[in-house]
Design a protein around this ligand. Structure first.
Ligand SMILES: NC(=O)c1ccc[n+]([C@@H]2O[C@H](COP(=O)([O-])OP(=O)(O)OC[C@H]3O[C@@H](n4cnc5c(N)ncnc54)[C@H](OP(=O)(O)O)[C@@H]3O)[C@@H](O)[C@H]2O)c1
Length: 231
């Protein structure tokens, strides 16, 4: 049985981003979504992964808007003004690795921890956007050391939490989701405009997967078309 009820309240984390904004638009146009909240670094209750305390305070501030049946976290970083993905081992450096771990793994993990209190214990879904390049088994090309490593760490944090939640939150599905290549700020320097599809299409595809999720799917690493990716 599908976990997403006919009428649900949704929270989009990273609603300022390309995929995050597309989810906001899609959910606004979805009649079953009766309440919609979007948060980001500059929202009323800010969430900034460079400031881990903001994660708990943002969750606390949103407590009165809970419970949510759907939380989607889209926050992530591939490149910054300072860093581009490493092509070779000689490009690897502690600062870049730490920054990507902070934003792509530690922030989302603490979000799962603190925002879990906002999930409806009766039926809810928490999707966190990962990336196929975070799959260890699927790594054929190498490179992109920090991004791959941070998403692989995120995947482990999702899997580990899902095992605990099978006991403590048996009606919640926790999913690591690969959105596919999307034309966005993140993919722009890597031919995203040419090889990526529009964010509204990606959000619609991911939402069709979300609508079919069952509690048994918890702890999965899925593509936007619902296939399992090897960890
Ligand atoms: N686009 C793709 O092809 C692709 C492929 C695979 C996986 N993904 C994953 O999909 C997710 C969304 O990507 P996107 O393409 O929508 O990228 P995007 O347009 O660059 O959006 C990234 C989001 O992350 C937020 N963010 C970045 N650093 C942050 C920090 N320190 N604290 C809080 N928020 C921060 C941004 O906030 P600001 O608006 O404040 O900067 C923005 O909301 C990411 O997790 C990415 O790894 C994307």
């Amino acid at each position: 049985m599908s976990l997403l009820p006919n009428s649900f309240r949704a929270l989009v984390i990273g609603s300022s981003g390309t995929i995050g904004s597309a989810f906001m638009d899609l959910l606004k146009a979805t009649p079953a979504c009766t309440e919609l909240v979007g948060i980001h670094r500059n929202s009323e209750f800010p969430i900034d992964y460079q400031n881990p305390e903001s994660i708990e305070s943002c969750a606390t501030a949103l407590y009165r808007a809970a419970p949510f049946q759907l939380i989607i976290n889209t926050i992530g970083v591939l490149h910054t003004d300072k860093w581009t993905p490493e092509k070779r081992l000689d490009d690897l450096n502690a600062e870049q690795l730490m920054e990507l771990m902070t934003v792509n793994a530690i922030g989302p993990a603490l979000t799962i921890r603190h925002f879990s209190k906002l999930l409806d214990p009766a039926n809810s879904i928490l999707v966190t956007l990962s990336a196929k390049v975070g799959s260890i088994e699927d790594n054929r090309l190498g490179g992109w050391y920090s991004y791959r490593t941070s998403k692989a760490a995120l995947n482990m944090l999702v899997k580990t939490t899902s095992i605990e939640w099978a006991r403590t939150k048996p009606n919640t599905a926790l999913i690591a989701m690969h959105p596919g290549t999307v034309n966005s700020r993140l993919s722009k320097p890597f031919r995203g405009e040419q090889i990526g599809r529009p964010a509204d299409q990606a959000a619609a595809e991911i939402f069709s997967v979300i609508e079919k999720l069952q509690k048994e799917d918890t702890g999965s690493f899925l593509t936007y078309s619902g296939e399992k990716i090897p960890w």
